[in-house]
Design a binder for this molecule. Structure first.
Ligand code: MN
Length: 473
């Protein structure tokens, strides 16, 4: 998965009251901050210094240019001096991209021995930030504020984390979900308002008949499957177990056919996420298991049972996390014993192997539902660590994002009769409280689990998207 080549534009706020010489100093210091932030190695996307802003007309022109440039993901603003905030009103009302107010000061200390009124004419962040903050608050902007010295590692990490959220926000408006079939019959939580999703979240959600997919799957060349089979043997452990060798190879190869076919279908039409439904597979030999797992590994969003909301959310959070350990999940079964409280997360087949802590095995087993041939799937053990678990639910008054921080761990034992990938987690507030509040908020059983994303990034993302966030922490 490759994210677009985004950059962020940086401006310093000032005014003409202190003379041209001071404005040159403002520019010099701001440029130095940008240079040092880029050199820190912490930022996932570069910052470009775009000058010192001193007039309402200049600021308005700048913000319009930010809106117009597709590769610019957002604005960072710093007030080196006092910048009269009425100048920012028109431009910031027009700005349609994320805004970060870097409330920093060029020096990290008070230079007691040398400080004088020349120094004070230039270094006014302490009060300049308040003037700028007032107008942002007055306008009701949902801007991020990062406060502290720009060389502080925590400050740099906050900027880096926000950059990833801002890029995900920009990319949200490019997410296109391909639905093969409808949502699972009679199920409520996977439903939703697709028009509202496009208005509020930027997601395009389209239906395609599975028959159109079957044509593409059937047309995949045997030589392409040969190449994928060789890669599979290198990356994973092939485990035929009780299957005879011929059947095993056929069923694995058919999943690779589905993998290549779905990938081509999506790529040809610009889709970056998809969902399947085991009730709607006519013409396919198997429910896509290994196929869906490989596509998730590659960065595509996925939702089972027609769950397009989770498919889009998976894609969105994979962009935010650079496809690092961020996966579609389902609350599968529970350990309710004191001291062991946990949710076992899994799915029938479709669990993303980017969270594997061992080498995944390719296995072929029967599947009771769907009435199809035994699907090949990757079986593996999840990982230990801190994470977040997130879902999106649709209500009449808009989308609601529900999440909790979680402690993730590996299964306590193997499950020889349940051949699926397994990941356990416990809400950090505890299973009883966490799950009670989740259920009360109307959160579904399909989620995105991430080891990479920080709680603050979920808060910032919900704020940018304008969705109600239910935080269970
Ligand atoms: Mn499910």
């Amino acid at each position: 998965m490759k994210n677009a080549n985004y950059e962020f534009w940086f401006v310093a706020g000032s005014q003409h009251l202190y003379g041209e010489e001071q404005l040159k100093n403002v520019a010099r210091d701001a440029e130095d901050i940008v240079k040092k932030l880029n050199a820190s190695g912490k930022l996932p996307y570069p910052i470009v210094f775009k000058g010192v802003m001193t007039t309402a007309d200049g600021i308005t022109k700048f913000m319009k240019e930010v809106n117009y440039q597709d590769n610019v993901a957002g604005v960072m603003a710093w007030m080196h001096t006092f910048s009269p905030a009425k100048n920012w009103i028109r431009g910031e009302v027009l700005l349609q991209k994320p805004l970060l107010h870097l409330a920093t000061q060029y020096l990290d200390r008070i230079p007691y021995d040398t400080i004088d009124f020349d120094y004070m004419n230039l270094n006014q962040s302490a009060h300049g930030d308040r003037e700028y903050g007032y107008i942002n608050a007055r306008l009701g902007l949902k801007n991020k504020i990062v406060y502290g010295h720009f060389m502080d590692e925590e400050v740099q990490q906050d900027i880096a984390d926000w950059e990833d959220v801002a890029v995900a926000y920009n990319e949200s408006f490019h997410i296109k979900v391909c639905r093969f079939g409808d949502t699972m019959r009679n199920v409520a939580v996977t439903e939703g308002d697709k028009v509202q999703a496009q208005i509020q979240l930027g997601w395009t959600v389209d239906y395609w008949p599975v028959g159109d997919l079957v044509e593409v799957v059937d047309a995949v060349a045997e030589s392409d499957i040969d190449a994928e089979y060789a890669k599979l043997q290198k990356d994973y452990q092939l485990a035929p177990q009780d299957n005879d060798a011929k059947k095993f190879e056929h069923n694995v190869r058919y999943q690779l056919r589905e993998y290549l076919g779905i990938k081509k279908f999506l790529d040809d039409r610009g889709y970056t996420a998809f969902c399947t439904n085991f009730e709607d597979l006519k013409g396919l030999e198997q429910l896509p298991g290994l196929a869906s797992q490989l596509l998730m590994r590659d960065g595509y969003g996925f939702g089972a049972e027609g769950d397009w909301k989770t498919a889009a959310l998976t894609r969105l959070l994979k962009i935010l996390a650079h496809n690092d350990r961020t996966v579609f999940m389902e609350d599968y079964t529970l350990d309710l014993r004191k001291g062991h409280e946990a949710i076992l997360g899994s799915h029938m087949l479709e669990v993303d192997p980017t969270i594997a802590s061992d080498q995944p095995r390719v296995e072929v087993h029967p599947l009771d539902i769907g009435d199809k041939d035994d699907p090949a799937r990757l079986v593996f053990t999840g990982a230990d660590g801190k994470g977040v678990d997130v879902t999106v639910a649709d209500f009449r008054d808009g989308f609601r994002m529900i999440y909790y921080p979680v402690d993730c761990h590996k299964a306590e034992a193997e499950t020889p009769h349940l051949p699926v990938a397994k990941q356990l987690w416990t809400p950090t507030v505890g299973l009883r409280e966490g799950a009670t509040k989740w259920i009360q908020a109307g959160g579904g059983h399909h989620t995105v689990l991430s080891f990479h994303i920080q709680p603050q990034q979920i808060r910032d993302l919900a704020e940018m998207l304008g969705v109600t966030l239910v935080e269970i922490a």
